[in-house]
Design a protein around this ligand. Sequence first.
Ligand code: HEC
Ligand code: HEC
Length: 487
Amino acid sequence: MKLYLYTYRRFVGSFLLLIAAALVATWGFAALPSQVQNGKKPGTKPNGDKPNNGKQAKPVVSRDPVVINGASMIQEGRQIFRFDTYGDEAFWGDTLHLHQAIEGTQFGGIGPGLSPSNALAVGLKVDVDALPAKVVSQLKRGKVNLGDPAVTLTLIKADAVLGVKGTFNPDGSLKSIGLTCAVCHSTVNDSLAPGIGSRLDGWANRDLNSGAIIAFAPNVKPLTDLLSIVHPGITDEQVRAVLLSWGPGKFDAELLFDGKAFRPDGGPAATLLPNAFGLAGHNLHTWTGGWGTVTYWNALVAVLELHGVGTFFDERMDDTNKFPIAAAARFGHVSVPPDSDLVTSKLPALHYYQLSLPAPKPKAGTDFDAAAAARGDALFSGKANCNSCHHEPLWTEPGWNDHTPAEIGIDSFQAERSPDGKYRTMNLAALFVRERGLFMFPQNKGRFYHDGRFQTLLDVVKSYDTRFGLGLSDQEELDLVEYLKSL
Ligand code: HEC
Ligand code: HEC
């Protein structure tokens, strides 16, 4: 097996180089003026049409320095979003030793290791386009041993496990492991098998059991130490129980700020992972808007959630009542010297890329019923008054887009975990993906609102009908649902 792995790894290495070369070639080509690509001189239309009568040629996008800047920021941002760990190996690998649990005793680590089938079961996704054709065909023929952690290492080495970056020792064992934004905010289109397909950046991974993955780490003491600031005497086992309570598609971004592990009703305090597409034009972000903008949150996540090496500033975290852990640990004042900062320089391109991610578009007939959606459209901005908050076509308010819990008629638990105690008017783009359960395990479909309290869109609409006394008929509720699926 070892020998096979070694040759295979070399193969993967050269394959990746080839891909890189191909990417450079394709991009270089795409960046050429379209006229050159078509083998024609500027001033002629592509596709052999007649010349445009001497009129000024359309501006050549690739010569516009602003467009060139935009394109290169997007490319750079994509690399960061997919592959950059911001040096967080120091936490996930060197401190929590997650890599040792992944490789298992077979490679000098701990325990049985993480087999590909278990990796897929906890919602990790595999990028088929990063795999050599030979492996793809072996996978298709069921010839890959999905029970062998060595195969997981091979996949990680090929950068094929979304959001998981390994660094390797010469003997093929893992030296460390890091996580990237892609682990939670992207998935695959299942083109080869469930969990194996082409990347879909920005799509929330609704299957990812991030709590189970963190609990899999041999050492959770750093988390226990932080939580003991508000829960003196808490044990590693209790911390693991909290992590395991989250379930698929959820993460608790505020746990290590306020130490609140459970809602008043006893359910996990974790929230659903939101999509990271369709966000351009939105002012406030995250479920509880008051944290800030996309780039605010990117910096916070890279430094405080992923534990990358960077600088983060937010005095609001000094509030000892609201954020007792963050205040004690001075999370609002994390600072590293500029030369060792692996986050700050990446914020511009990362921001740019995220804002460039379009929301997927539903198709009439397949994803929604067009006639019913048209009736729902009239209700949305009429009788049902949804448009007063989810303003078309942003689906949130242009401006200060958050509301008190009372204004939307729900409990205040999660809102109060944020600086301003409110809920942000959530984006409604691409709701059809969740309603239909596209590219996710069937049991994880649906689930709306920050904690997934509503299973289906009809449940959401019925609840609004009750909360706001809208007086919708059964047919009107169904029409509104079809409209929501068309956004
Ligand atoms: C472990 C899972 C996880 C990882 C990794 C992760 N996020 Fe998130 N992300 C979340 C969760 C959960 C939220 C919602 C937090 C909340 O509302 O309290 C979120 C929210 C966001 C939002 C706001 C989305 C919206 O609807 O406005 C953005 C933007 C975002 N993350 C970007 C990033 C970036 C950039 C990275 C990498 C630096 C990253 N995330 C890494 C889980 C994750
Ligand atoms: C007062 C402002 C307001 C009005 C009016 C309003 N919403 Fe919302 N909507 C919100 C907020 C805030 C959230 C986020 C709730 C949360 O964080 O759990 C939300 C969330 C949603 C979601 C879930 C999004 C997701 O990603 O899970 C849907 C669907 C939705 N609203 C549909 C509607 C419909 C349909 C109407 C009209 C019947 C409506 N909303 C009226 C503020 C509003």
